[in-house]
Each structure stands twice: as structure tokens, then as C-alpha cells.
Design a protein around this ligand. Sequence first.
Ligand SMILES: Nc1nc2c(c(=O)[nH]1)N[C@H]1C(S)=C(S)[C@@H](COP(=O)(O)OP(=O)(O)OC[C@H]3O[C@@H](n4cnc5c(=O)[nH]c(N)nc54)[C@H](O)[C@@H]3O)O[C@H]1N2
Ligand SMILES: Nc1nc2c(c(=O)[nH]1)N[C@H]1C(S)=C(S)[C@@H](COP(=O)(O)OP(=O)(O)OC[C@H]3O[C@@H](n4cnc5c(=O)[nH]c(N)nc54)[C@H](O)[C@@H]3O)O[C@H]1N2
Ligand SMILES: [Mo]
Length: 683
Amino acid sequence: MYVQGTRAKATVTGNATFPVNKGGLCVKGWTSTATLAHPDRLLAPLIRNTAGEFVEATWDEALERCAAAFQEVQERHGINAVGVFGGGSLTNEKAYLLGKFARVALRTSHIDYNGRFCMSSAAAAAQKAFGLDRGLPFPVADIARTDVLLLLGSNIAETMPPMMQYIEAQRANGGKLIVTDPRYTPTARAASLHLALTPGSDAVLANGLLHILIRDGLLDHSYILERTEGFERVRAMAAAYWPGRVEQLTGVPESQLSEAAHLLGTATSAMILSARGVEQQSQGVNNTLAYINLALALGLVGRPYSGYGSLTGQGNGQGGREHGQKADQLPGYRSINDFAARSHIAQVWNIAESDLPGPGKSAYEMLDQIGTNDGIHALFVMGSNIVVSAPRAQHIQQRLQSLETLVVADFFLSETAQMADIVLPITQWAEEEGTMTNLEGRVLLRQRAFDPPPGVRSDMHLLCDLASRLGKGQFFNYRQEGMAEEVFAELCRASAGGIADYSGMTYEKIRAGVFWPCPSLDHPGTPRLFQQSFPTPTGKARFHAIRHQQPAETIDSEYPLYLTTGRVLSQYQSGTQTRRIEQLCANMPAAQVEMHPGVAQRYNLTTGDQVILATRRGSATFAVKVTPDIREDTIFAPFHWSGKQSINRLTHPALDPISRMPEFKICAVRIVLPGALQEEEEV
Ligand SMILES: Nc1nc2c(c(=O)[nH]1)N[C@H]1C(S)=C(S)[C@@H](COP(=O)(O)OP(=O)(O)OC[C@H]3O[C@@H](n4cnc5c(=O)[nH]c(N)nc54)[C@H](O)[C@@H]3O)O[C@H]1N2
Ligand SMILES: Nc1nc2c(c(=O)[nH]1)N[C@H]1C(S)=C(S)[C@@H](COP(=O)(O)OP(=O)(O)OC[C@H]3O[C@@H](n4cnc5c(=O)[nH]c(N)nc54)[C@H](O)[C@@H]3O)O[C@H]1N2
Ligand SMILES: [Mo]
């Protein structure tokens, strides 16, 4: 998109020649300039005084205070007592520099980021099955050409509206769309077949579809033989998922199971795309692997207009997971446990391999252990609003209160920044340069359109300044102008030989369009993966036999409904940005809970009534929206609001054993009637 005007009066226009969105933006894109000169914008660092109030400070004072606090905590509690929390909205350069800052300037193992709450299950599953995780192994435009598209727990009509044009084109070309979702969403409305499964029964459904494909002889046996390994155990496992049992466990009628399996099994090309509905569960990795099994058994992966992919969430949800802001990861999508990778990165960073810390704790675990003996005592947050977006939010808020020092870099006083001891005001998207990598693995250059207001600094500048106050300035010695490009060049060197290899990229080349891996300057980049082989030791993709498990919490007489959470069109994430934009708030001013008319009738509720929702972890207040577009055993609430409207007060922090993804999508809830308000615990 293009930005015009002045910072105070900026507007955006789409770029019709851009191959991904063809100029289409969603309502949040069109209104995005409203944050640039917003009256709430932070324009000076804030320090909490002894009376507990924020006072404005100079950058020198604020950064000196940060450095002193981090050093003091490390002296008293050990080097690992400072944690760093990053985000998928950071550019590649920031994400890379934040990882380097944690490991080289602070020398802590503890760095993780909000992508742990977002992409970690899909990422772990793709790595296990294919040896590589890139959201889509093909350009989005391929979606329009596929014969059958299976969309899993994804509501792109509201979460990625510009992508709907490819689905519309696919349908216009005669293609079929199947959607799995407990809700009949605007996306499900576009489908030929909607499978309204019970929350958390995704792996059962996948195994059930595979059972029918095996029974009816619809598999691609030569593909299975030549390009995969481990199918026999999966075949044996699928035998236990006969249609009657699957109908019982998923609530999806046998006739629909059979229709879906036959659509997929007889298609000339097919794609299976997953999103947070299947992934944000304590079984998120297994759910995803169960669908990858389907894609492999049908011979889809690496074939034209076919394959498996995951629809990446945040602006830099892809790049944010490649450059080393994850607890177990180094730049280039390398493992921090791999000696060769450690040696390579240590050499690029000019430190000894033995000085590079090992893996740290995952996002929720790091936050959960704040204040404990060997836990975190100072936290540096850059690009996340965890008070609103982490599961079991009130517990996390209490943990944050027990920190000795909380430092937050943000451009607004988010709910997390409100709890900080030091707040660092930063530049916004249109005021800084940097790259992002989209779900296709395409690297995009975001150019600076305006000068930032006086008083703010970029994340990268403040990291370098802070590093030098920590006595590590020589490792962060970049030029002041054009810093992003210089950091990018270093990132490229660090990624050389890794999975996400950027070493052949330059800003010049990105302007023309390039996809990773791009291992040398004369390499054109790789829009399509897996066409010949997989980057596993044998070159083959791996099946995984998946036995489904129950969610961490199931419904009972005390908590009789499933609660699932997610997004609405006009709000974004923790709401820091979108709750400050008038037009978006006019569209969607407050949190609503969607419930089936049957549920509403049982509790004598109508649209607009206020109810309290309560789980074993907490309660919150919502306006009722009665709709037939949801299962009768399930209610849905978005997570974009805070305080009494915060649904994450209720969510379950059970973690997937492999990805450490929290179970945002399922827990057991009860509705508390307005009359019973006083009896309920404080909300
Ligand atoms: N408007 C808007 N757009 C956004 C965002 C935003 O905050 N607002 N955030 C961005 C980000 S970071 C992300 S990660 C993406 C997320 O994009 P999506 O994954 O599309 O969004 P969600 O609403 O989290 O979940 C998708 C669907 O999963 C369904 N679901 C719930 N439980 C289950 C289940 O057990 N099984 C299945 N199969 N489905 C289930 C929900 O009903 C929901 O419709 O959106 C991005 N786009
Ligand atoms: N119940 C429930 N909870 C969820 C989810 C769900 O589906 N249900 N989804 C999860 C998912 S997928 C995600 S991605 C998370 C998202 O939740 P968060 O991690 O809270 O994401 P944001 O709201 O985007 O928070 C980003 C913060 O960083 C600031 N910011 C933006 N850009 C920059 C930057 O470049 N630098 C700095 N320093 N700050 C910046 C913003 O102003 C904002 O305050 O929520 C997770 N939580
Ligand atoms: Mo996300």
C-alpha cells in the first residue's frame, strides 16, 4: 500500500499491481494511519516515581535506569533473571536484533515472543513432517487454481479479508470449499460444505476422513511410496476411526464426512490450510499433523496447486519466527541446541560459542515463573500486550506485579505498559524502515514515509543504546542512518546455511520480489517448496500416527458449555491500536459473546443483555449476541478487550507438550445470570 499526506493527515491507498492483495486492504488497513498522530501517542519516556506515578523523563535517564535495573537483578538473582518478550509485529531486523540483544547484551537464555501463542503449533508440525516450516509452500495466488480447498479453523473473511478474493476466484473456477469451524462464520458461508465440529475434535475428524479415504481406495499409493515414510502406522491408527465413532465424537454427520472425503479424494488438485482454530489447542501440533497426514496420503504436497499450509497471523508472523526471538532458536530458523549453528552465529556475532546461552522457557512458562527462585525478576517487553493476550490473564497480571522491574517499549500506553516501571516510546510503522516476511515466505520492504515525532526512537536505536550502557556497545555498532539495511545484511549472513536462508537477499532484490530460501546473490529465491524432495535426512516427508486426546477441560454440569475465543473483523489483537480508532470502535464498540438461540432461551437472554461468563480461572462481562451460527454446546467471545471484558481472564493455560501453545480455543464455561450477579466473585 502507499501512504500519502502528512503524518497528521495521512491516508493509504492499495497498490493494484502488488501480487498478494492486488490493492485490497481490510478496514484496519484503511484506518491504520489514525494511530500516527493519535492524541494518546507516547512522546517521551516515562518512569514510575516513588509515589507510583508516571513522570516524563529524558531518554538518557530512562535507558540508564533500565540498564542499572537489569544489571542489579542479574547480580542478585543470576544472569537468567532478566527475561525478554518480543512480538510478531516486529520487523525482521528488530526481531533479529532483539534476539541478539538478549543473548549478547543481557546474556540471558530467556527470550520468547507472542508467536508462541500464534504460530508455534503449525511451525512445530511442519518441521516434524516436512523438515521446514514456511506458512505456505506456494504463492497465495495458487489458491485460486485449486480444485478443492479444505480450510481448518480459519475465519479469513474477518481475519484476512484481502485473501477472500482468491477463494472467490477458486469458487468461480468451479472449485469446492470445505470449512471446519464450530461456528457458521462469514468464511463458512462461502463454503460448499461446512463441518460444524465439536471444539477440540479436530484430530478425530482428520483420522475419520483418512479412514474413509483408505476404505474407499482414494489414496495416492505411488506418492506415499516414493515421497513419504511412516504410513503403515498411520493406516493402522486410522482403522480405529470408523465413521460412526467419528460422528459421535465430532458431531459431524457420517454423510458429511463421506462427502468431504470424496471431494478431497477425487479432486484433481487440493489444498489443506489450517489456522488458529485447530492450532491453539493443547493438542495443536497433533491436530496439525493429523491433517498433514491427509495431505500426504492424497499426494498433495509439492504438487501443482496443492499442498498443506498454515495461514500466518500477525504482520510479520512469518519473519518473526525465523530470526531468533524464540526461546530455542537462532537466526536462519536454526536450533540453539545445534553446535554447528551456534558456532556459525557466534562467529557472526563475534563472540565465543561458549558465551551463547542455551534454550530458555516458552512464553507462558516464562511469565508463569516470574518471581520464583530461579524465575524472572526483570522483564523487557517489545511488541506484545501480554496483560490482555496471555491465557489466564489475571494470574499473569499478578506475576507481572511481582517483578522488580518491568520495561515496555510501545507507542501507546497498553495495559501492559500501564504496569511498567519504565516505558520507552517508539516510532510507528510509517516512520521507520524494515522488512517483513509474509505467509508465502516473500520478503517485503516497508519504507519510511514520515519523520517520527520528536521524542520517540526506533526499537533498534534503543536496543543499541541500551546494549552500550550494558557494556556491550562494540557488538551493536551500526550506523545511525540506514541502520535497518545494515542489520538486514548481518541477518542475511547469520541466516546463511540455515533453513530460512536469506543470504542471497538485498533490499534491492526485495523490491523486485523474492521468497526464501535464497542462498546466494545469483539465486532467484524459492516461491514453491517440496516439488522434488523434503529437507529431511531421507528427503521424504514423515507421517505421524496421531491418537486424539481430550482437551484439557471438558464440559460438565457445573461448567456446561464450551468457550472458544478468537477475533472479529473490526478489532485487532489486544486492541492497543484498534480500540483507539473511532471508526473501528463504531463498528464494534464492546466485547460480545455469541450464543445459540437454544442457549439464550435456557437462560432467558436476548441480544444486548449483559452476562457474566465464568470458568475455573476467572470471570468477565459481555454483551449477549444471539445467533444461530454457532453450535448449541459452544459460545464464542473475542479477546480484543481488557479489564472486565477480558476473555483471557477465563482461558485455560494448558500447553501443547511440543509447541507449548496454550489452549486458547477450548475451555469449560458457565453463564451467570444478571440476577445472580452479586453472588458471583468480583469481576
Ligand atoms: N480482524 C482481525 N484480523 C486478524 C487478527 C485480529 O486480531 N483481528 N489477528 C491476526 C492474527 S495474529 C492471527 S493469528 C489470525 C488468526 O486468524 P484465524 O485463525 O482465522 O482467527 P480466529 O478467530 O482466532 O480463529 C478462527 C476460527 O477458529 C474457530 N474455532 C474455534 N475453536 C475451534 C476448534 O476447536 N476447531 C476448529 N476447527 N475451529 C475452531 C473459531 O470459531 C474461529 O472462527 O488473524 C489475523 N487477522
Ligand atoms: N483468548 C485468546 N487469546 C489470544 C488469541 C486468541 O485467539 N484467543 N490469539 C493469540 C495470538 S494468535 C496472538 S498473535 C496474540 C497477540 O496479542 P499481543 O501479543 O498482545 O499482540 P498485539 O495486541 O498486537 O500487541 C502488540 C503490542 O505491541 C505494540 N507494537 C506494535 N508494533 C510494535 C513495534 O514495532 N515495536 C514495539 N515495541 N511495539 C509494537 C502495540 O501497540 C501493542 O501494544 O494474542 C494471543 N492471545
Ligand atoms: Mo496471531
